[in-house]
Design a protein around this ligand. Structure first.
Ligand code: GH3
Ligand code: MG
Ligand code: MG
Ligand code: MG
Length: 296
């Protein structure tokens, strides 16, 4: 990745230092934005996509350490690389900055070549971390949340929901007789069927609904701000769409159906585990009743 794709926020109250940094970073190909105090930096992070922050230690208003602490208190900035810049080389300050989550600490006047090398390393680390987090949370085959990520996100959604007034709905889906697809056409075709099914699933839900692959051919969806009746209608529409879906893999045309179980959390004090169990019981009834149906 070239530097031009990366934006660095320079925060320094000394205008001359700010200008020199802007010059050096722009010469190295970075996009640079700048401000002269901690609060302005926090505000700019809200509105701009920033890959790395160069943060001065001594500034009027919020100090560098206070600014660093405020930024790192927000989960969304945990991976953001912040390099502290300071005229002082005080050991305790270096330790404090690193413990608060700074990626590095550079003493001014800086050596341009070394500062640029430290910036490259910090950005690389941020990108690798983000890539690993993505891989740890995503189902490799279908691109939706994996089991662990689904549990984490839906548990958060459940605690953010006022159970008395806002409904939260859990849907469990299981492809019918999927084993036959594998047995008849092979595992690779089975995989393609799973991908096509998830494409159809994604189209029927909203961007903020949480879609997870819970097991091999079992999926779950966590819906907020929706009534059970509306969720039932959405699932019924999905069920019909899956039934009509023509999946072509290796010149073979495959048709599938899906069974769906629904449960709502309204008024109940239940964990996501317990809600999934309830939705799974409804799903089991759908299977028992002959499959290819929605039950709540
Ligand atoms: P039912 O209608 O009762 O759900 O029947 P089923 O055949 O769908 O259910 P069963 O649990 O017996 O079989 C699920 C199959 O899903 C068995 C397993 O080989 C297959 N499977 C699980 N994960 C994957 C995968 O990642 N890729 C492929 N191709 N198959 C998978
Ligand atoms: Mg200063
Ligand atoms: Mg199945
Ligand atoms: Mg199954």
């Amino acid at each position: 990745m070239s530097n031009i794709e990366h934006t660095i926020l320079v925060v320094d109250d000394a205008k001359d230092t700010q200008l020199i940094l802007e010059f050096d970073l722009a010469a190295a190909g970075y996009q640079v934005i700048a401000c002269d105090n901690g609060q302005a930096a926090i505000d700019m992070l809200e509105s701009e996509e920033v890959d790395l922050v160069l943060l001065d230690m001594y500034m009027p208003g919020l100090s560098g350490l206070e600014t660093l602490e405020k930024i790192k208190q927000q989960d969304k900035y945990l991976n953001l690389s912040i390099i502290m810049l300071s005229a002082s080389n005080d050991e305790d300050e270096v330790v404090a900055a690193l413990e608060l989550g700074a990626a590095d600490y550079v003493v001014k006047p800086y050596v341009t070549k070394i500062l640029l090398a430290r910036i490259r390393t910090a950005i690389k680390l941020k990108e690798k971390t983000e890539q690993l987090e993505y891989l740890a949370k995503t189902d490799f085959l279908t691109g939706i949340h994996n089991r662990g990520s689904f549990f984490e996100l839906s548990t958060n959604a459940l605690s953010a929901t006022d159970r008395a007034t806002q409904p939260l709905v859990i849907v469990m889906l299981d492809i019918d007789h999927f084993k036959r697809v594998n047995d008849n056409y092979g595992h690779d075709v089975g995989d393609k069927v799973l991908v096509s099914f998830v494409e159809c699933l994604t189209k029927h839900f909203r961007d903020y609904d949480i879609l997870g692959r819970i097991g091999g051919e079992e999926f779950a969806v966590c819906l907020t701000n929706i009534t059970t009746e509306k969720a039932h209608l959405v699932c019924e529409r999905l069920r019909k769409a899956v039934e009509k879906l023509t999946i072509i893999a290796d010149d073979i045309t495959i048709n599938i159906t899906v069974s769906i179980g629904i449960t709502a959390a309204q008024g109940k004090i239940l964990s996501i585990d317990a809600l999934l169990k309830q939705a799974d019981d409804a799903l089991y009834s759908a299977k028992e009743n002959g499959r290819n149906q929605v039950i709540d």
